[in-house]
Write a protein that binds this ligand. Structure first.
Ligand SMILES: Nc1ncnc2c1ncn2[C@@H]1O[C@H](COP(=O)(O)OP(=O)(O)OP(=O)(O)O)[C@@H](O)[C@H]1O
Ligand SMILES: [Mg+2]
Length: 234
């Protein structure tokens, strides 16, 4: 399903991602697939957490992964990121990956600027560029980092802003975000989606794990990992 909606906008007002405007009946070629997960199955011991899961996301699309606690969402994202292997199935990736883990992802004893520089340098950015890009993104989430405060002293929501920024900072083609707005206040949640929409419009491929149903109308497709029938209560 390749529908594309803006918040508060009827589904048919906006063309599918990557389609051109105002060129008569000539449609632009479909944007390339950046992430394709096919038949992903994962077992931990004798327990099958994922059973033949498929997901295909193009450039300029946002996919949401939903499902109950323990449904295998984080496991699936880790497999997409190449952090763990599936028992069967494969993941094909076109481009570089930025990954925001569900927990952790920041360093207690580093300051926000030091995070920006560390992750930015690791992605080929110059020191000053990395710091200013990190600060720009922080401002986009309503945060002005105190240069003296270490990450361990940040509030939970602010630390999560840092976590999200680190995934996005490198300018990667594919962003895999595992419950990225945990602890965000309402304003930051809105700001976050603004950031995602801007990234989407620049052709990024974004996969977001989410529990918030009101996010659903802002994405191009939804992968629901909720187990069905006999798979429940596992
Ligand atoms: N390394 C592991 N070893 C054994 N079991 C694991 C491992 N990682 C995850 N699991 C199990 O796999 C299941 C799916 O875990 P996962 O973290 O992917 O769920 P989730 O959908 O992200 O849940 P939540 O909404 O709580 O974040 C859980 O039952 C979990 O305990
Ligand atoms: Mg999870």
């Amino acid at each position: 399903m390749w529908t594309s909606q803006q918040p508060g906008e009827p589904p048919d007002r906006r063309p599918p991602a990557g389609m051109s405007h105002g060129r008569g009946n000539v449609a632009a070629p479909s944007p390339p697939v950046r992430l394709r997960a096919s038949g992903i199955t994962k077992r931990f011991g004798r327990r099958e957490v994922l059973s033949g899961v498929n997901l295909e996301v193009h450039a300029g699309e946002v996919a949401a992964v939903v499902g109950a606690n323990g449904a295998g969402k984080s496991t699936f994202l880790k497999i997409c990121a190449g952090l763990i292997s599936p028992n069967s199935g494969q993941v094909e990736v076109q481009g570089s990956i930025g990954y925001c883990p569900q927990a952790g992802g920041t360093f207690d004893f580093l300051r926000p600027d030091e995070h920006f520089i560390l992750f930015g340098r690791g992605n080929g950015l110059k020191r000053d560029v990395a710091r200013s890009r990190g600060r720009e993104m922080a401002a986009g989430l309503g945060w002005s980092p105190d240069p003296k405060v270490q990450a361990r002293h940040l509030s939970g929501g602010t630390r999560q802003k840092l976590n999200v920024i680190l995934a996005v900072l490198g300018g990667h083609d594919i962003l895999l975000l595992d419950e990225p707005y945990q602890g965000f206040d309402r304003g930051t949640y809105t700001d976050f989606w603004e950031v995602i929409w801007r990234l989407r419009d620049t052709g990024r491929t974004i996969v977001v794990i989410t529990h918030m149903l009101n996010a659903m109308d802002r994405v191009d497709q939804v992968l629901d990992l909720t187990p069905t029938g006999s798979e429940r209560n596992r």
